[in-house]
Design a protein around this ligand. Structure first.
Ligand code: SIN
Ligand code: CO
Length: 383
């Protein structure tokens, strides 16, 4: 599914990370990629993150999945919403939705959350820390969008949900199948189903917080340091007051820290790897028996396309004459013809490997490793 009436460059210039945008059905032909029953089924599975929100007379209640299979039969008449995280990891048709948003780099993409709501239900007014495209899949939803929030925005007291206390919407739209609402981070929003069978697909993005980056990068660098690598002052001089931490000492301490953290080459490799770590451990494509390189070569010679595991995270960084390919927490140094192959795999969810490469030992080794770690498969042999 691709969007026909949509200008990505204009969108990035005028809206991305700046302001909300309502995009009326831009698809050539819209069809809802998932049945409500299949979503309910997923929410009962172990290893799938899901939530059920029920609307009581004065407040919302939240239950975390996996839900018991008979839970839906006991819900009664009060409105409810089911939310399932990372549905794209399990349903290729939902993963395909992301292809329309590939003008945003892979590393910024998080996953597709899918909600199912009965008439009048929603998850309450809230704000998120991430950009999102809310694609209306089935039925209708009224979205009210409000001001930018932050840590000082008053919230209602609630054990599980961060609900905004006084929500003043500045825009209101009813979305129908195929319509998309883009929201930058921190914009207050509230979506309520208008009629039953309301399904919304949230194509969500990620942006690391500075705290998260600093903490993980420091941890990573610290792991490689020895006990002996520590402050030293063989040049110590007498000082008037033993209570003073001298300027020289502070300079030296500060330098120790900054020097250890400022290695850009190491940072690039670490970040690529760190960002490629899978969010959920399941949706595993790892073959029961590892494939051998001659099997891979035979398939490549036949021209069998390679398919990316939709749960896998593929990205690369350029280095002089080579690229570093990051896939699911593994790093592959790819030079010459393999660099082009690595970039090709990052660019598309399905790749037919150039015939000339089907005899290249390094290409075969790379593909074999990616298949054996469950990130890639020959078409027809997925999962
Ligand atoms: C929903 O789909 O019901 C909620 C999505 C959101 O508000 O982020
Ligand atoms: Co939200």
């Amino acid at each position: 599914m691709h969007m026909t009436h949509f200008d990505a460059e204009l969108f990035l210039r005028d809206y991305w990370q700046k302001r909300p945008l309502l995009i009326r059905n831009p698809w050539k032909e819209w069809h809802n990629p998932l049945e409500p029953d299949e979503l309910a089924g997923l929410s009962c599975e172990e290893g799938v993150e899901s939530r059920l929100i029920t609307c009581g007379p004065d407040t919302l209640a939240m239950e975390s999945g996996p839900l018991p299979e008979d839970r839906f039969a006991t819900l009664g008449d009060s409105p409810w919403t089911l939310l399932v995280q990372a549905v794209d990891h399990h349903v290729p048709e939902v993963a395909e939705l992301i292809e329309a948003f590939r003008f945003i780099p892979n590393w910024r993409i998080d996953d597709v959350m899918v909600s199912y709501a009965t008439d009048g239900s929603g998850v309450g007014s809230h704000y998120d820390q991430y950009d999102v495209f809310l694609v209306q899949g089935l039925g209708k939803r009224r979205w009210r969008v409000g001001p930018i929030c932050d840590a000082n925005t008053p919230l209602l007291p609630h054990e599980d949900l961060r609900l905004i206390a006084d929500f003043d919407a500045s825009d209101e739209w009813i979305l129908e199948p195929g319509d998309i609402l883009y929201l930058p981070p921190c914009f207050a929003h509230d979506g309520v189903a208008v009629g039953d069978d309301c399904m919304t697909y949230s194509v969500g993005f990620r942006a690391p917080s500075r705290a998260e980056l600093v903490e993980s990068w420091c941890d990573h660098q610290a792991d490689a340091m020895t006990e002996e690598d520590r402050y030293a002052d063989p040049d110590l001089k007498t000082q008037d007051n033993p209570g003073e931490i001298s300027e020289t000492a502070i300079d030296r301490l500060h330098h120790m820290v900054m020097e250890a953290l400022s290695d850009r080459t190491a940072f690039a490799r670490w970040f690529g790897l760190h960002n490629s770590l899978p969010k959920y451990a399941d949706a595993d494509w790892q073959p029961e028996e590892s494939i051998e390189s001659d099997e891979a070569q035979a398939m490549l010679t036949e021209g069998v396309p390679l398919v990316r595991n939709p749960a896998s995270r593929f990205s690369f960084i350029r280095q002089e004459g080579a690229v570093l390919l990051f896939v699911d927490g593994a790093c592959f140094e790819c030079s010459r013809e393999i660099a082009a192959l690595a970039m090709e795999i990052c660019a598309r969810p399905l790749v037919v490997v150039d015939e000339a490469l089907s005899t290249s030992e390094t290409a075969i080794a790379l593909i074999t490793s990616l298949i054996n770690q469950g990130s890639l498969a020959f078409e027809g042999e997925e999962g």
